[in-house]
Design a protein around this ligand. Sequence first.
Ligand code: URA
Length: 215
Amino acid sequence: MVHELSKSNSIFATFMGEIRDSSIQKDAMRFRKNMERISEILGYELSKKLEYISKTVKTPLGEAEIHVLKEQPVLATILRAGLAMHSGLLNYFDSAESAFISAYRKHTTPEEFDIHVEYLASPKLDNRIVILSDPMLATGSSLVTVYKALLKQGKPSKIIIVAAIATPDALEYIQRHLPENTDYWVGAIDKELTAQSYIVPGLGDAGDLAFGEKY
Ligand code: URA
């Protein structure tokens, strides 16, 4: 199931607008902060679909029944562009464990590239809920490569994908390679790609905007 948050009006649209706006993008701290806020909201929305158990807590005046997550998810993200998203998700899922994986495009021609994974630090993933964040799903190929690499750590019970911007082609490609019960929470869906596989209108290079251009 794909949930696109920009479909309904809310303050979320302001944060999405600011990460896209090239005059505001010059402020890297604001870019990271907005990416974090976007992920917090995506995390809050997706949390409504998770399972909860009831628990009794003592207040200074009595007892209150509350609902807490039945199980803690693992928050997985792709280095380095996913770090601000990870931070936002971790703000809300503050007892979750984390998994980090690196992926980069190694170009064979200006238009063609392979995805290389070099680093993986993850807890065991057998029967865990894995929330996998990646700000930009352009073709879906890095996310699928990362998903396959994560499977070496065990088979999750459920995958939840979180992205700021995705293309319909990326979502379709990912849906073909990930389990059927995977849920998708995206800020916006943009239809076009450049020849170099950048999303249009998109926002540019999320990793460079958050952390500076690569050398
Ligand atoms: N990665 C980005 O950072 N931006 C895109 O448009 C596509 C992939």
